[in-house]
Structure formats: structure tokens, C-alpha cells
Write a protein that binds this ligand. Structure first.
Ligand code: GLP
Length: 248
């Protein structure tokens, strides 16, 4: 794992966006894995700026999102499809038909998940996967205990994750948060050729020290990234506060 510590959240976002922009320039038809949550919003803003100011071209890019709430239609303002349209897709020249997000209202959700896996494989796999991290070390919606071998599937959300997503930023009432989601699995994520995990704020410091310096264990899903050959972690100083070793 390569760990890069930036002074501020803005610097973290810019450094992450540059990794995406470099790939898009080098491989215009790249396959990107994308994430939701508060953390990647700044990175998406930088990509939008690069598109508007420097002509960063998304016309041949394909994207796959990590997860979606079970039961939410893409028009629901808390769905991850809505989030992606709002925070990135509507502002760049990506073709909407090349943006894949799991369908939270699929008639047969598990069949939909199996098809998603097949599509990712058929298209050649994800070139660069963006990840945020939950306070308990979850990535996508792979909660602690998620098997290393897991693939896209229906998952239960922990009370901790439900609380984190209803703290006023997203849902206003925990009762409104779906209790299940569709999520790429750990094996799906680890298949990506390159992975970029970003984290900011003190509330992520515990999860980050366990991810980077703790043992690789399914109890801290993000720590399984230690076994991936091309993973970069970019964090701000607050999220790096509990690290004990020296990093760049
Ligand atoms: C949700 C998402 C994750 C995200 C996490 C952290 O659980 N499914 O993909 O990494 O929240 O979100 P935030 O960036 O808002 O802290």
C-alpha cells in the first residue's frame, strides 16, 4: 500500500482527481469504479473543473458504482444513482448509457448483481477503483466480517453505518435509511487493476490506522487491500492522526 498524507481535504481531493485524470488521458476508454459518500465529492468537483477548463474527455469512459440502497429507485434523491448524476455525470461529457449503478429496485436483485459481475468481467475489468471508508473500516457496503471471496450481492447494513448516513448529511432520520443494500463484494473490489482509497477527517483515523498498519482481517474490510498489488491511500492529516509510521 502506498500512503500519501496531504495537509487538507482539498489537497487530498486534487491529488486523487489527478490520478483519475492521468488515466483518462492515457486510456480514454478506461473503466472506472466509482464511490459515493461525502468523501469523494471534492474529487468529483476537481474532475468537473478539469473537464470544463482543460477539456478532460469522458466521452469514451465507462463507470461502475460500488453500491446502491436496496429499495431505492434511481430517482430517489438519496439513491446512489441520483448522487452520481448530481455530483459528476450531469456535469461532464460521459454517456449516461456507459454509467452503471446497481439497480435498487430490480425485480430479482441477486440476479441483477450476478449480471453486474458478468458485465464487469466481459468489459475487461475495472482499471481504477475509487473507495471511501466507513468508520468501522467498511468499503462499499462490505461491513466487518464480509468474506474476502464475496461478490456483488445483497448485504445488511450495520446500525453504525445507518447512523453515519443519517447524521444530517444524507438521510435526516435513521428510520428512512434502507437496512439493506446491493454491494460489490471484496473479491470484486480486489480484482480492480488499481485502487485509490481516500479518507479525511478525524472520524476516519481509527479505521485508517487499522487499514494501513493493522493485521489484514475480514473484521476490518479495508485492511484486505494490503494484499492488493497496486493500492494507493490518500488521506488528510486528520485521518492520518493515529498512524505510527513515517509516510510521504
Ligand atoms: C457509505 C458508502 C461507502 C462510503 C462510506 C463513507 O457507507 N457505501 O462507499 O465509503 O459511506 O462515507 P463518507 O465518505 O460519507 O464518510
Amino acid at each position: 500500500m502506498k500512503v500519501i498524507i496531504k495537509k487538507t481535504t482539498d489537497e487530498m481531493s486534487l491529488a486523487g482527481a489527478k490520478i483519475f485524470a492521468e488515466l483518462i488521458c492515457k486510456k480514454p476508454n478506461c473503466i472506472l469504479g466509482l464511490a459515493t459518500g461525502g468523501t469523494p465529492v471534492g474529487l468529483y468537483k476537481e474532475l468537473i473543473k478539469m473537464h470544463k477548463q482543460d477539456g478532460l474527455d469522458f466521452s469514451k469512459v465507462t463507470t461502475f458504482n460500488l453500491d446502491e440502497y436496496l429499495g431505492l429507485d434511481g430517482d430517489h434523491d438519496q439513491s446512489y444513482r441520483y448522487f452520481m448524476n448530481d455530483n459528476l455525470f450531469n456535469h461532464v461529457n460521459i454517456k449516461k448509457e456507459n454509467t452503471y449503478v446497481l439497480n435498487g429496485v430490480a425485480a430479482d436483485p441477486q440476479l441483477f448483481c450476478d449480471g453486474y459481475e458478468m458485465l464487469i468481467k466481459a468489459i475487461g475489468g475495472i482499471d481504477l477503483q475509487l473507495l471511501g471508508i466507513g468508520g468501522n473500516g467498511h468499503i462499499a457496503f462490505n461491513e466487518p466480517g464480509s468474506p474476502r471471496s464475496s461478490r456483488t450481492r445483497i448485504v445488511d447494513l450495520t446500525p453504525e453505518t445507518i447512523a453515519a448516513n443519517s447524521d444530517g448529511r444524507f438521510f435526516s432520520d435513521p428510520k428512512d435509511v434502507p437496512t439493506q443494500a446491493l454491494s460489490m463484494g471484496m473479491a470484486t473490489i480486489l480484482d480492480a487493476k488499481e485502487i485509490l482509497l481516500i479518507a479525511n477527517k478525524e472520524s476516519k483515523a481509527d479505521a485508517i490506522v487499522k487499514t494501513v498498519e493493522g493485521p489484514a482481517t475480514e473484521d476490518v474490510p479495508a485492511s484486505l487491500l494490503q494484499a492488493h498489488s497496486n493500492t494507493t491511500v490518500i488521506i488528510d492529516e486528520a485521518a492520518a492522526a493515529k498512524l505510527t509510521k513515517e509516510y510521504a
